[in-house]
Design a protein around this ligand. Structure first.
Ligand SMILES: Nc1nc2c([nH]c(=O)n2[C@@H]2O[C@H](COP(=O)(O)OP(=O)(O)OP(=O)(O)O)[C@@H](O)[C@H]2O)c(=O)[nH]1
Length: 328
């Protein structure tokens, strides 16, 4: 079988494949995004340090951007992706790369003002960087930031970039040009850091009631991926088996008394989050004592198998839902 096909090769953003991170879908822009682009980008604070985004920014600019980016993707000049939040489907900004100045991709991004300070840019950058190195095989990446944009410089350093001199940056939309600090990241550096991320062991349960519905819990406020719907469970502590951990978690989180012998291994998730690798066995549970209570600030709901895929979930859970639907 050819290595170009099927499961042998990851979907490529050059071909319009989306990328999932913990809280975001990085996906191609479509014409229907133009009004939202106009709403977010018509903000001087958002665009002041960008080279090509006009100000003010209207609906026509949004449409023109979507069309131009599609043409760039099809001609191999670069890719722009919308940042769509999993929790509500809202477009909150853009990230992308271009090959205009070199063979190595230059990264760029912007984020709507209401979404600043919540780690979305670093999350999107980490996901795109992994795709460019691990799936597309680039050897190095770079980015240039406006000399006054210290926040952006800090984000680049946070995800592994290091200073790499200066880059003369034309800024056509500002009628200006600046001598920008340049940052670079090599594939070897990234591989070493990526290999060192921890493996997280978590045990989770699909509690199934007599109607065949599954109990889903929302991740509580303040936790990572808060608001997304997940299978109840939690981290396996040192010295615990997955079953011991799950019995403990179901008691702590839901006030349920579950015997280890009521846990039937069903499937597992092995998912590469950008800051850790998740290994999570999922057990089917049909018998327990007590009524599930939300003891940790979470919301609970019983969901029919057919409706599970409509819930916003952590990306690790998506393959589990497909398996569970077949199994139920
Ligand atoms: N329980 C559970 N965790 C999941 C699921 N999917 C998924 O990606 N995870 C991830 O697995 C990890 C579980 O951590 P957690 O914070 O819920 O664990 P915990 O209850 O022991 O929390 P704590 O250590 O903050 O008290 C999180 O990174 C979470 O996002 C799922 O369906 N159920």
């Amino acid at each position: 079988m050819s290595g170009e096909n099927g499961c042998w090769s990851a979907g490529s953003v050059w071909r319009g494949a989306p990328l999932l991170s913990a809280r975001l879908k990085l996906r191609p822009l479509v014409a229907a995004d133009a009004p939202r682009l106009a709403e977010l980008a018509n903000d001087w604070e958002v665009v002041q340090y960008t080279a090509n985004i006009p100000h003010p920014y209207g609906l026509d600019d949004g449409h023109a951007f979507v069309v131009a980016q599609e043409a760039r993707r099809l001609t191999g000049l670069g890719v722009a992706l919308g940042l769509e939040r999993t929790i509500d489907g809202a477009l909150i900004g853009c990230i992308g790369f271009g090959l205009d100045h070199a063979d190595s991709p230059e990264l760029g991004y912007w984020l709507g003002h209401p979404y600043w300070g919540q780690g979305y840019v670093s999350e999107a950058l980490r996901r795109l960087i992994r795709h460019l190195f691990a799936d597309l095989g680039y050897e190095s990446l770079w980015a240039a930031v406006h000399p006054d944009n210290q926040v952006s410089a800090h984000v680049l350093e946070k995800v592994g970039f290091t200073p790499a001199g200066r880059h003369p940056c034309g800024m056509p939309a500002r009628g200006d040009s600046v001598d920008s600090p340049k940052f670079a990241l090599a594939a070897d550096q990234w591989r070493a850091a990526h290999a060192a991320r921890p493996m997280l062991l978590v045990a989770a349960a699909a509690l199934i009631d007599t109607d065949g519905r599954v109990l889903m819990a929302s991740r509580p406020p303040g936790k990572s991926m808060s608001g997304l719907w997940e299978f109840p469970g939690g981290k396996i502590h040192p010295g615990e088996t997955p079953e011991m951990a799950l019995v403990r978690e179901l008691a702590e989180e839901l006030g349920l008394d579950v015997g280890e012998s009521c846990l039937a291994p069903l499937a597992f998730a092995s998912h590469d989050y950008d800051t850790f690798h998740l290994l999570m066995p999922l057990y089917a549970v049909r018998q327990w004592k007590g009524e599930p209570q939300p003891r940790e600030g979470q919301m609970l709901k019983w969901v029919r198998a057919a409706a599970l895929s409509g819930l916003p979930m952590p990306p690790a859970d998506i393959p589990l839902v497909a398996l569970l639907r077949e199994w139920l």
